[in-house]
Design a protein around this ligand. Structure first.
Ligand SMILES: C[S@@+](CC[C@H](N)C(=O)[O-])C[C@H]1O[C@@H](n2cnc3c(N)ncnc32)[C@H](O)[C@@H]1O
Length: 256
């Protein structure tokens, strides 16, 4: 696993407390893997195809794609999360890389990318990642993207929201809190991890950050601008929520 390129794990959720990610986000599969597989299949990318899970995190979904018969490579900006993905899929090629500067030197049958593109705030970063995806897909290959939908996010989060979880972990009792609000197309989130071990002082990490959900129109425009043909953008009704979009797009021509 290369660690030569830095990614963004300043957020404790992806960094210092990345070891607890799977316990804090305790929802393994939902409908994402089934819907992404159906989407890939609909454009002729079947089992055995070579996929890149871009922003794979701890690799739970990558492992599910692998279990269904795909050959999955891993890339993520967080070494802490990627190392857990590597434990799940020890045979996979795994790289720590910033998707804004992705240069793996190979093309895939498909790229799957779930819950990642909302972390990119600036227009140029959003476009750069999609451009890089186009540079890593073969002719006839596809991307399947899951993003937060702006309208759905507004409906879900327009009243200030608060989440609190208290979890027993091997390292002690972890209290995770997230407070947020949706304003002018952005989700502003204040996140706190507090770990109390049997001995020693509690460890506290506090972090403020912003997420930017996507409109249907922006997703359509940027994916096309990157050189893909959009096949469909649809609501992904994952675990009953209505704030996610799934985009399937194919690359009909690799630019010469
Ligand atoms: C919400 S997590 C989702 C992880 C995984 N796809 C899942 O659904 O469980 C977002 C992931 O995107 C990664 N990420 C965000 N921005 C990135 C970037 N610019 N380059 C590489 N990885 C990035 C984070 O490190 C994190 O693993």
């Amino acid at each position: 696993m290369s660690r030569s390129v830095s990614g963004g794990s300043a957020r404790p959720f992806y960094g210092d407390f990345g070891w607890a990610y799977d316990q804090v986000v305790a929802t393994p599969e939902g409908s994402w893997v089934a819907e992404a597989c159906a989407a890939l299949d609909s454009v002729g990318i079947g089992l055995g195809a070579k996929l890149l899970d871009a922003g794979c995190g701890t690799g739970r979904y990558a492992a599910a794609f692998h279990a269904r018969g795909y050959d999955v490579d891993l890339v993520d900006g967080s070494p802490e999360l990627l190392s857990q993905a590597v434990e799940r899929l020890p045979g996979a090629d795994a790289q720590v890389a910033d998707l804004r500067e992705l240069n793996l030197g190979r093309r895939y049958d498909g790229i799957v990318c779930r819950g990642v593109l909302n972390d990119l705030i600036r227009d140029e970063d959003r476009q750069a990642v999609l451009d890089n995806f186009a540079a890593h897909v073969r002719t006839g290959g596809a991307v399947v993207l899951d993003v937060r939908d702006q309208d759905g996010s507004e409906r879900r989060y327009r009243d200030n929201f608060r989440l609190e979880k208290v979890i027993d972990t091997p390292r002690g009792t972890l209290t995770f809190r997230a407070d947020g609000r949706f304003e002018h197309g952005l989700l502003y989130i204040h996140e706190q991890h507090e770990l109390r071990a049997a001995s020693g002082p509690p460890r506290l990490a506090v972090y403020d950050f912003t997420m930017r959900p996507w409109t249907h129109a922006e997703l359509d425009e940027r994916v096309r601008l990157a050189g893909f043909q959009v096949q469909r953008i649809a609501d992904l009704n994952d675990r009953g929520s209505d704030d996610r979009l799934l985009c399937l797009a194919i690359l009909s021509d690799v630019p010469g």
